[in-house]
Design a binder for this molecule. Structure first.
Ligand SMILES: [Zn+2]
Length: 280
């Protein structure tokens, strides 16, 4: 091989190696919203501070799937399934969250990680449906609601869910995140400050479309963002508004902020399978 050709080939190989390394270090994810049920006729006043008491909305119960091709399979939140919640909330068009994920071609056992935005039943109850996932939750959230032995220290979590968390923690699967602006998983960052619960977190993820923000209940509906209205359930409305403004700074475009319960997610993004919208 002539010297110039050899040099060229070496340079090309090096460039390829660097690019592969970069891809491994900060993967780009596919992002999906997966609806597993609907809570019909929900009062908007329970979601948007100051909304008209007569307004009702069919809210979407969702999980968010972040998939790095050849890499991690991550959920943000895991929905609910226990009988006590089914009886109390009577969801319609419901399938178990694990089933909804599997219908999209992702076996529950292949989910590597779950980022729990907060401990509420409709986000955290389903984490034990995914037998191999590591569970990422803020340390302050865990200690405030669950306690070291699963005592359910505050309202906002049931005894059954607190016991589940404690069981998973004892088995080594619960990873406690230490505060704001952390990157627990390469390419996925988490942020506190939304104050939906004591230490609720939201997530950002690198995708082909740029940085997507998965707000979960730190922003319930598009209306919160568009009217600059705090969520109705928060420890601190001013902090919540600041967190919503921060989401707009983090996301590549305001369109790439995904609220926690808005059925319009499935109108604003393309549907790739029934109940599944591609975000990126
Ligand atoms: Zn919720």
């Amino acid at each position: 091989m002539p010297r110039a050709t050899r040099l060229f080939a070496t340079v090309m190989l090096l460039m390829l190696a660097v690019r592969t390394l970069e891809a491994q270090q900060s993967p780009s994810y596919e992002a999906y919203a997966i609806q597993y049920g609907t809570l019909a006729n929900f009062p908007v006043r329970g979601l948007v501070a100051g909304a008209d008491t007569a307004r009702r909305i069919d809210v979407a119960a969702m999980v968010w799937l972040l998939k790095a091709p050849g890499g991690r399979t991550v959920l943000v939140d895991a929905g609910f399934y226990r009988d006590e919640f089914m009886a109390r909330w009577k969801p319609v068009n419901y399938v178990r969250p694990a089933q909804a994920v599997e219908a999209f071609g992702v076996p529950a056992g292949s989910v590597t990680d779950i980022i729990v935005s907060h401990v509420h039943w409709d986000h955290a109850d389903g984490i034990d449906l995914f037998p191999n996932a590591r569970i990422w939750i803020q340390r302050a959230e865990y200690e405030y609601y669950v306690g070291p032995r699963g005592e359910a220290l505050q309202s906002g979590i049931t005894a059954s869910d607190a016991a589940m968390f404690a069981r998973l923690k004892a088995s080594g699967r619960v990873m406690l995140v230490e505060g704001d602006d952390q990157e627990p998983i390469p390419g996925i960052r988490v942020y506190t400050g939304g104050r939906h619960t004591y230490a609720s977190q939201f997530a950002s993820v690198r995708t082909r479309a740029g940085t997507v923000v998965i707000a979960s209940d730190n922003c319930y509906l598009y209306e919160n963002l568009e009217k600059h209205a705090a969520i109705a359930q928060t420890f601190d409305a001013a902090s919540n508004l600041a967190a919503q403004a921060r989401m707009a700074m983090i996301a590549t475009s305001p369109k790439l902020i995904v609220p926690g319960h808005d059925p319009a997610v499935f109108l604003r993004f393309p549907i790739v399978k029934p109940g599944v919208a591609r975000i990126d």
